[in-house]
Design a protein around this ligand. Structure first.
Ligand code: FAD
Length: 404
């Protein structure tokens, strides 16, 4: 990794991207590759956050291949899952199989998100028209004659303004950009939250060594090399109640449905800091844009963790946005129609993925009191189902290609 040279904040730029997550950094890099002047503003000083979408799907690996860095990227430490396992109609089954995908990589790469973001930002920083400014928090939008003309930021307690031809909100599910722009959010609810737990691997774990296991009775296990990344599903908003019952009670609950006994769990779960809450949201903006402003990634549509597709969709949004907007940004004539074209292109895959997530989430809520239904048995017996899910999870409903 190169040591980044801190550049002073500019007063103006062509495209100002708020948020240096997967969507913001990938969009910044792709636009800069096409010659657009880009500034990415990130409120944190680094990318070091645990369990933040650590899945790099085949479609994202395909984009990295199109950019010419696949071998270099795959040299970074990661684990591969060629199949995902779970439960259909009460029996363990292969849920997704990536082996027949029409992509270079027929697996999901599990890699800490900070390694992915450092990789992309290192590549982007080599371009003279790209700059990333960390420790810069955007707190408002500048508006002129009904159009967004830039952002107000705070850096080390000092308030500044940056004007831009276009502002892109890539600031995640709690987006300040979408809030300040007054964009309406459609919320599809989510009855569950997830607690992420890190359980050190033991030499006695061979039967799970084939990669991703789960979800099984609300428990997910992802092989992360020297530890298991475990997801434990809880009723939405019940963490405070669980805390009142105490850590020992949580450990007992987890031990009941996981392959780990309480003694093993106690070694890793020594305090509540080791338990990370993912508040599940499924929402989508009605309009992703207004004059001179666009939102993409989680800022436009927060995804459920089902299928682990959040990063994937954010990257696909970034590719579509760069392909559609770069020519207009270079000519300096971005219109609302250009921005709406991005939404039109990305609405179907977002809507279809979210609808599937809502359906799966509702089905998994039903208490199993009766034997499996005919439909469940039919699904369990169909050999094509793992390949279909492999396609939907690995590539999605619609695949974007980067146009150089
Ligand atoms: C705990 C957790 C686990 C997850 N697990 C998975 C998974 O396994 N697989 C998967 O695909 N997805 C997962 N997701 C979702 C996934 O992380 C997101 O879908 C994906 O990161 C979206 O990318 P993004 O760039 O749109 O937004 P984000 O990754 O949220 O990035 C937004 C960026 O904007 C910055 N920002 C926010 N506000 C401001 C501001 N005012 N000024 C400047 N910067 C700002 C943030 O610091 C952040 O870096 C998980 C999410 C969470 C929270």
């Amino acid at each position: 990794m190169n040591t980044p040279v801190e550049r002073p904040l500019p007063l103006s730029t062509s495209c100002c991207i708020v948020g240096g997550g997967p969507a913001g950094l990938m969009l910044g890099y792709l636009l800069a590759l096409k010659g657009v002047e880009v500034v990415v503003l990130e409120k944190h000083s680094d990318f070091l956050r645990d369990f933040r979408g650590d899945t790099i799907h085949p479609s994202t690996l395909e984009i990295i291949w199109q950019l010419g860095f696949l071998d270099e990227f795959l040299a970074l430490p990661h684990q591969r899952a060629e199949k995902l396992y779970g439960e259909i109609a009460g029996r363990e089954a292969t849920l997704a199989d990536f082996s027949r995908l029409p992509t270079r990589c027929k697996f999901i790469a599990f890699m800490p998100q900070w390694d992915f973001l450092n990789f992309i930002s290192d590549k982007a920083r080599q371009l003279p028209n790209f700059s990333l400014h960390q420790n810069v928090s955007v707190n408002d939008l500048l508006e002129q004659n009904g159009k967004v003309s830039g952002v107000r930021v705070s850096q080390n307690g000092i308030d500044r303004q940056i004007t831009a031809q276009l502002v892109v909100g890539c600031d995640g599910r709690h987006s300040i950009v979408r809030e300040k722009a007054g964009l309406e959010v459609m919320n599809f609810g989510a009855p569950r939250d997830v607690l992420w737990l890190k359980i050190t691997k033991s030499a006695d774990d061979p039967e799970w060594s084939t990669g991703h296991r789960g979800p099984k009775k609300g428990f997910i296990m992802i092989d992360r090399g020297d530890y298991w990344q475990c997801g434990y599903s809880i009723t939405k908003g019940s963490l405070d109640e669980l805390k009142l019952r105490g850590l020992a009670a949580l450990i007992a609950d987890v031990a009941e449905i996981s392959p780990f006994d309480a003694a093993r769990l106690q070694q890793d779960l020594t305090d509540w800091d080791k338990v990370k809450l993912l508040q599940i949201r499924i929402d989508r903006l009605k309009q992703w844009s207004k004059p001179e402003l666009l939102c993409i990634g989680d800022a436009a549509h927060a995804m459920s963790p089902i299928g682990g597709v959040g990063v994937n969709l954010a990257i696909q949004d970034a590719v579509a946005t760069a392909n559609i907007l770069a020519p207009a940004l270079l000519k300096g004539n971005v219109t609302l129609r250009h921005l709406q074209k991005v939404q039109r292109r990305r609405t179907f895959p977002t809507w279809a993925t979210q609808s599937l997530q809502v359906m799966i989430s509702k089905a998994s809520q039903k208490k199993r009191t009766k034997p499996p239904s005919g439909v469940e048995l039919w699904v369990r017996q169909r050999a094509f189902i793992p390949f279909l899910f492999g396609r939907l999870i690995g590539i999605g409903f619609f695949k974007e290609n980067f146009r150089k």
